[in-house]
Structure formats: C-alpha cells, structure tokens
Design a protein around this ligand. Structure first.
Ligand SMILES: [Fe+2]
Length: 388
C-alpha cells in the first residue's frame, strides 16, 4: 500500500465548540481573520455565536458576506479582492459547503494567481496558502475536513462545476458544533444528510478505498442513516443532530482520502445546468446508481447495508444489497426527494443535455473511482432512468 492521508491538524467537536474559536486561532498564530460567509448567515443571530468569542478575546475580524450557493468564479474573484485590500492572516469559513468552498478557492487564487480553471483537476492545488478554519453550519458537505472544493465556471460557455483538489484546499482546523444546526429547515437537513450518506457510501465502495477511509466510512454510515429521519422530523433532537454532524465529518474524512464516485460525477452536471441543490441531486441518483454498481462490489455494498442498519448480520450479501437499494429508495420517499421531473426540470431540455452531462461526468474523473466504471452510454441511460 502506498498511502498519503490528509486531515486537518485540529478538529474540535461538541455542543458549543464554536466558543473555542479564539483558542484555535491562537494555536495557528493568527490574529486577523476574514470571516467568509453568506448573506443569510451574515444577517442571522447564528453569526453572533462565531463573532462573540472573537470579540470577547479582542480579535479584530472582518466579514466577507457575499458567498452564494453553488459559488462561481465571480464570487471567488471578489473575495480575493477583499483579501488583497486587508491585512488578514487567516480565513474563517462559516456556513454550509458554499462558504467553505469559496474560502478555499479564494485562498488558492490569492496565493497562486491565475484563473480558477487553471487549478481544476487533474491539476493538484498544493501551494502554500493562508490558514483556514472551517465552522460548518450544516451536517453534510464534509468540506471542513476535505481537500476538495467545487466552483462553477461563470465565464465559460458551459457553466461547468469545476472540481479543485489539493492540500491547499485542506482546512487547518475544523470546529464541529452540532448546536449550530438545530434550527436548519427540514429540506436542508434532508438534502445535506443524504449528501453525507452518499460521501460515506461512495468512499467505501471507491476503488481508492483504504483501511483508514473504510473505518471512517462505516462509522459515518452507522451515525447517519439511523438518525437522518429523526433529525429531519425533530430538528431540536440534540442526539440526532450530533450524530448527523459527527457522521458528516467522518464521511468527509473518508471521501477526502478515498474520493467519491459515480453519484457525485453525475450529480455535478445536474447542479450546474438546473441549479438543483447538491445533496438533492445526489439523492435523485443514489438508488439507481447503487443498483447499477452493486454487482461489481457485492461484499462492500452488503457491509455498508449492515453498517447502516438496512440489513442484519444474518442477511447474505445478495439479500443485504436488496435491502440497501430498497432502504435508499424508502429514505428518498420519506424525505420527499423529488425526481428531476417533479422538481420542475423540463423533459426535452434534460434529455437534450444528457450526452453533455455524461461527458462532463466522465471528465470529472469521479466515475473512474466507481467499482463498476460506466461508459458514456451507461451514464446517459442512468440519467434517463432517474428523470422520472
Ligand atoms: Fe457531496
């Protein structure tokens, strides 16, 4: 085995952990943070949970509040200008995947210059950047512990969701405080939670899986799948919220070191063309892609089903895989995940873009990590099957 594992240096987890932010900055030797967040959070009382400890510690901070969902090269460029106009010695990303991805991309362009597309895979972004502390407010993306970010190319002819990968994307510290998620709406809890389940399952069946990522992925599935319905239905259930937050971070550690696979490869073009939230587009694809892939790694999919509680220890692999596919479909039904058709995507436009989306999915590299590597035609057929 030839393995390089990348994880943040410091991970703080627990209810109220955000109060320890000044301690984290002290360890990093940072005194002048730029807080990167979105419009909603910048006007939310939740921001005070982050800034009050900084104020109490006398740490002068500034705000970049212009992150949008599905961040584009435009927001990143504006953020880099803000960085250049200040005397910042670190970034704090506060929010869901979008502020964290924006902060990672800002850091890369600020230090390395050029255009965002210069840094997309297969290039590896390994340049030195300012310290980054991530404080997630959703339980899903795992971006607080991953070496990836996704930025939409706003200038290109096609609005491609570009995957950026490398040590420069890896946060130096992550603060995992489930209390920040207690007031999330049900839809966001569901979508981000299914995203995390997809991270763990794809990391576990990835051809790049390793004993380290396996342990993280199985532990994540055991936290996430049994708790997602409770977290959606009982938003203030602290035990379910904590399990989802820990599971999402474990899943992030798993896929950062084993990669994601076909679901994510196919999901990004749906997001880019139709602006379907990332977790939701994963959920639309997950049962069908699992059914397509399972024959190539039956032992792995069966083990995942048992870790999730979909199957019991007495079920053989074939029975466990059936339970897994049924369990994922039932979860989608319970969480009211729509098909692309029900979500409102026009059929002729979707079908007209299927070949382009299949080509983009393959070009992202993620399908090559799948236990069953699909052809472009097989990906196109999966898109058509999932349309509904
Ligand atoms: Fe994801």
């Amino acid at each position: 085995m030839d393995l390089t594992l990348l994880t943040p240096t410091r991970i703080l987890a627990g209810g109220g952990a955000v109060r320890r932010l000044p301690e984290v900055l002290k360890h990093l030797g940072c005194l002048r943070p730029l807080v990167v967040t979105d419009h909603f959070l910048s006007r939310s009382p939740l921001l005070g949970r982050l800034t009050a400890p900084l104020d109490a510690a006398g740490i002068r901070h500034s705000l970049y509040p212009d992150c949008i969902s599905d961040p584009t090269t435009e927001e990143v460029r504006t953020g880099v200008e803000v960085m250049g106009a200040g005397d910042f010695d670190c970034l704090i990303a506060f929010g869901g995947g979008s502020p964290m991805d924006t902060a990672k991309a800002m850091n890369i362009l600020y230090a390395g210059g050029g255009e965002m597309r210069d840094w997309k895979v297969p290039k590896s972004a390994d340049l030195p950047v300012l310290p980054l502390v991530c404080v997630p407010t959703t339980a899903g993306t795992g971006a607080e512990v991953t070496k990836f970010c996704v930025i939409t190319d706003a200038e290109g002819e096609v609005h491609e969701k570009m995957l950026i990968m490398g040590a420069a994307c890896l946060p130096d510290a992550a603060i995992i405080d489930y209390e920040l998620t207690l007031d999330l709406p049900a839809r966001i809890t569901a979508d981000t939670g299914i995203d995390a389940i997809t991270h763990a399952l794809e990391a576990y069946v990835s051809v790049k899986a390793n004993p380290y990522s396996d342990a993280m992925a199985l532990a994540a599935l055991g936290q996430l799948f049994p708790n997602i319905r409770t977290a959606v239905r009982e938003p203030h259930n602290a035990a379910a919220r904590e399990a989802m937050m820990l599971g999402a971070t474990l899943a992030g550690l798993a896929f950062s070191n084993a990669s994601v696979a076909l679901v994510h490869g196919m999901s990004r073009p749906i997001g880019a063309f139709f602006h379907v939230p990332h977790g939701l587009s994963n959920a639309m694809l997950l049962p069908a892609v699992t059914a397509f892939s399972a024959e190539a790694a039956p032992v792995r999919y069966a083990a995942a089903a048992r870790a999730m509680g979909c199957a019991g220890s007495g079920d053989d692999d074939a029975a466990a895989i059936t339970c897994l596919i049924d369990g994922l479909a039932a979860l989608n039904a319970d969480l009211e995940v729509p098909t692309p058709r029900v979500w409102g995507i026009e059929e002729t436009r979707f079908l007209g873009l299927v070949e382009t989306m299949a080509a983009q999915a393959l070009a992202s590299g993620s399908p090559a990590n799948n236990p069953k590597v699909p052809t472009a035609e097989e990906i196109a057929a999966l898109y058509r099957r999932c349309f509904g």
